[in-house]
Write a protein that binds this ligand. Structure first.
Ligand SMILES: NC(=O)c1ccc[n+]([C@@H]2O[C@H](COP(=O)([O-])OP(=O)(O)OC[C@H]3O[C@@H](n4cnc5c(N)ncnc54)[C@H](OP(=O)(O)O)[C@@H]3O)[C@@H](O)[C@H]2O)c1
Length: 321
């Protein structure tokens, strides 16, 4: 197995190697990264590298960017109700799928429930996303945020809210509106709480921020090793308008040594730890780099990247209301 969890401690890595869960969720390593897939715990497969669309807005821009992304080979599109671009993505795909000789089943669409949506509105929100995306089903529908965004709720009320929202996502899956359901930004406690009362469906994916400045290793160990939940990293390059990681001297040094770009080093660092990724890019050059990751980062360099200074968000999911 060519991939290893370098940033996790050796005990977790040992478990991972022994885990049958890992066998079903690991990357198929013998193919170009463009075609790599993850096996989800539902039996579905999901491209290992998808295309992020946060802040890509407007009918024309969405059309042009997705046209490029499909031509380069991206087959997973990540959006969210929060992005307010689902409708434009739906319109673009109607034209672009036939243009690229693709059908709906050739692509994987992820979207997400607007943060803080009440349980009574969650099913309706899924129907609305489906309508905007103008398709018969969504491949992956995520609960975007673990908090109810209502300060007057007690901890137990928030837990009850999370459970009721999840129940509606389960209903959406059972009724065929979405093939898979999952969560995003969930920490360990929130995941354990959900799994203790999952209404019969375990999350297929947890989408979390994952880059050298922010990597909750315990969440990845729990999801992959113990529960067979695929972890999909976002903001792998540090996020929009943040050059800190792309300009980091250590990242640049490793990139130069391996003959790759800093972006490729950051993306490969995630992939090499068995995370799926969804980088966003507007130019064809960036899109091409971000999907071409068939190289290995030596263990010593993986370790340097994993030991960067950890940063804290101002929206820490550990303290959500
Ligand atoms: N679940 C959540 O809560 C959550 C939160 C944030 C994001 N997301 C998802 O994750 C996706 C990716 O995260 P992100 O948008 O925060 O940021 P990101 O993918 O870490 O970074 C995007 C930035 O990197 C630049 N870039 C891309 N490829 C590059 C390359 N090869 N070389 C140099 N620069 C490059 C892009 O510039 P150009 O556009 O100019 O190419 C853009 O400014 C989002 O679009 C969204 O779909 C989810």
């Amino acid at each position: 197995m060519a991939f290893a969890l370098y940033s996790l401690n050796s005990y977790v890595y040992f478990l991972l190697l022994c885990s049958s869960v890992f066998e079903v969720s690991c990357l198929e390593t013998s193919v170009p990264t463009k075609y790599m897939k993850f096996h989800l715990n539902t039996g579905d497969i999901m491209p290992a590298i998808g295309f992020g669309t946060y802040l890509i807005e407007g009918t024309e821009l969405i059309h042009n960017v997705l046209d490029l992304a499909l031509s380069v080979g991206y087959r997973l599109i990540d959006t969210a109700a929060f992005h307010e671009n689902e409708e434009d993505i739906g319109k673009a795909l109607k034209v672009l799928l036939p243009k690229h000789n693709l059908t709906r089943k050739d692509i994987f669409i992820t979207t997400k429930l607007y943060p803080g949506t009440g349980a009574e509105k969650a099913y309706e929100a899924l129907e609305q996303s489906l309508k905007y995306l103008d398709c018969e089903y969504i491949d992956l529908y995520l609960m975007h945020w673990p908090g109810a965004d209502r300060e007057n709720l007690s901890k137990s009320e928030v837990e009850k809210w999370r459970s009721s929202v999840w129940q509606q996502l389960v209903r959406g899956k059972r009724n065929g509106l979405t093939r898979n359901i999952g969560v995003s930004n969930f920490n360990l406690d929130q995941l354990k709480e959900l799994l203790a009362n999952d209404h019969g469906v375990k999350p297929a994916v947890n989408q979390i921020e994952w880059n050298p400045n922010y990597h909750p290793d315990e969440v990845v160990a729990f999801c992959i090793v113990e529960e067979g939940i695929v972890v999909q990293g976002y903001s792998s390059l540090g996020g929009t308008s943040n050059q800190d990681l792309l300009d980091h001297p250590e990242v640049k040094k490793i990139a130069e040594k391996l003959g790759k770009t800093p972006a490729q080093i950051l993306l490969r660092w995630s992939l090499q730890q068995n995370l799926a990724i969804i980088p966003k890019a507007r130019s064809k050059e960036h899109m091409e780099q971000n999907i071409d990751l068939n190289f290995n980062i030596p263990e010593a360099d993986m370790s340097i990247l994993s030991n960067f200074e950890r940063k804290k968000h101002d929206w820490d999911p550990d303290t959500v209301a």
